[in-house]
Design a protein around this ligand. Structure first.
Ligand code: SAM
Ligand code: SF4
Length: 428
């Protein structure tokens, strides 16, 4: 989502007559897009700002965008006095106006209001990838998970109209994009604000029918809002990829309640059952937080048991990081850093073993990949399967042909914990 925000910001700057340069040294304006989901990410920003100051020297204008900007606000001007712009993502629709103020010499420009119903739809998005495009369908978040800073940094939920999402997706298909990824902090709570009134299931079904679009993905889903109609829409059209990212956070209903996640372990598992009993084989991935305040050994064991039960194709695991403004910051029974690290390693080792078994089952089969690029050193092409695995493969076709962006059937010949290896096949 941050990467796509940057694409929109860059597009807006280009449309205002700015040019993009390769290095910080060559830039007159340096914007730093930031993440504050965990403390580590936030610390990086301030280290980087210090380095910028040292390396970049005089004469440049600096801006901090994104979640750290929203969270720290005007304090950033005190902590890093060389910064002239501080703006959170909810203010990006006003970016053009803020740039005009910067050009006029204002050295304390801010965009920090969260009181907005607007989304940052820009016709100027400068996309980094010529084949796969991100489309934001919903911004902000109305949930209040006890550990999470997002509702404070990205503002309230705002869905785009289905007309504007469809127009953007059709436009992209006309330009040759074939792979669309729909984005939102919680895509399933998408509600079309226009009279058509589509829900998320209707939206993915319609996007998948656009001529030229071969793959549709979406992220992230909140389990509470992940309804059966979404599985039905996926089953009905294989253009919607064989992959669902459904963050569970913990396998313990007690911890889920303390996190204010709005579902129990059983309710989560019901959604997994819908996916396991569906017409297609879906690859499932998740996010897990270890060491949430009060997480006992028994709670943690329940997370490991859930991983064994679901058999995720991959997962992101995090040590709980206390964040400002969130309710969990006041909770007692903090888990020590050492214990969090111990639990993180156990999760990662358990998952590695699951992935080795999982990926080994794909050996011998044929997967369609979208070619993403080439690994010249290994003489392999890099592809991505519908189930979101990386499949590196050899291809004995015309030498020198650029396969990037094409779709090819590839036979899987070997597997590792994080990727697959194969060779392209000719299907008769
Ligand atoms: N909206 C998504 C959801 O509800 O699942 C998640 C969005 S969040 C940007 C991505 C992931 O970061 C979360 O799923 C969670 O696992 C992790 N995360 C968020 N806040 C965290 C915190 N304070 N400490 C550790 N991990 C955190
Ligand atoms: Fe954060 Fe929860 Fe909203 Fe996801 S649903 S962005 S974890 S508050």
């Amino acid at each position: 989502m941050n990467a796509h925000d940057s694409e929109k910001v860059v597009g807006t700057l280009l449309a205002q007559g700015y040019a993009q340069v390769e290095t910080v040294e060559a830039a007159e304006l340096v914007l730093y897009n930031t993440c504050s989901i965990r403390d580590k990410a936030e610390q990086k920003v301030f280290n980087r700002l210090q380095n910028f100051k040292r390396e970049a020297g005089k004469g440049k204008v600096f801006g901090v965008l994104g979640c750290v900007a929203q969270q720290e606000g005007e304090k950033i001007f005190d902590r890093a006095p060389h910064v002239s712009l501080v703006a959170g993502s909810a203010s990006y629709p006003r970016l053009g106006e803020m740039l005009v103020q910067l050009e006029a010499g204002n050295r304390r420009v801010t965009g920090l209001s969260l009181d907005t119903e607007e989304t940052f739809d820009t016709p100027f998005t400068r996309r980094d990838n010529p084949h796969r495009a991100y489309i934001t369908i919903i911004e902000g978040c109305d949930k209040s998970c006890a550990y999470c800073v997002v509702p404070f940094t990205r503002g309230p939920e705002r869905s785009r109209t289905s007309e504007s999402v469809m127009a953007e997706a059709r436009g992209l298909a006309e330009k040759g994009y074939t792979d669309i990824q729909l984005l939102g902090q919680n895509v399933n709570s998408y509600r079309d604000p226009s009279p058509a009134g589509w829900d998320f299931a209707a939206l993915i079904a319609h996007v998948a029918e656009i001529p030229g679009i071969r793959r549709v993905r979406y992220t992230t889903s909140h389990p509470r809002d992940f309804i059966k109609a979404i599985v039905d829409a996926m089953d009905a059209n294989p253009v919607i990829c064989d992959h669902v990212h459904l963050p569970v956070q913990s396998g313990s209903t007690r911890v889920l309640a303390a996190m204010d996640r709005l579902y129990t372990r059983d309710e989560y598992m019901r959604r997994i059952e819908w996916l396991k009993n569906a017409k297609r084989n879906y690859s499932l991935t998740t996010d897990i937080i270890v060491g949430f305040p009060g997480e006992t050994d028994e709670d943690f064991q329940q997370t490991l048991d859930l991983m064994d039960e679901v058999q995720y194709a991959s997962l992101f695991s995090f040590k709980y990081s206390p964040r400002p403004n969130t309710s969990a910051i006041l909770m007692e029974d903090r888990i020590s850093e050492e214990e969090k690290q111990r639990r993180l390693v156990i999760v990662q080792e358990r998952q590695r073993a699951i992935q080795i078994r999982h990926n080994a089952k794909l050996v011998g089969g044929i997967q369609e990949v979208m070619v993403e690029g080439r690994n010249h050193a290994l003489g392999q092409w890099i592809g991505r399967t519908s189930c979101n695995r990386t499949l590196n493969f050899t291809h004995t076709g015309q030498d020198g042909a650029d396969l990037a962006g094409t779709y090819l059937p590839v036979r899987v010949t070997r597997s590792g914990p994080n990727s697959l290896v194969g060779e392209s096949v000719t299907v008769v």
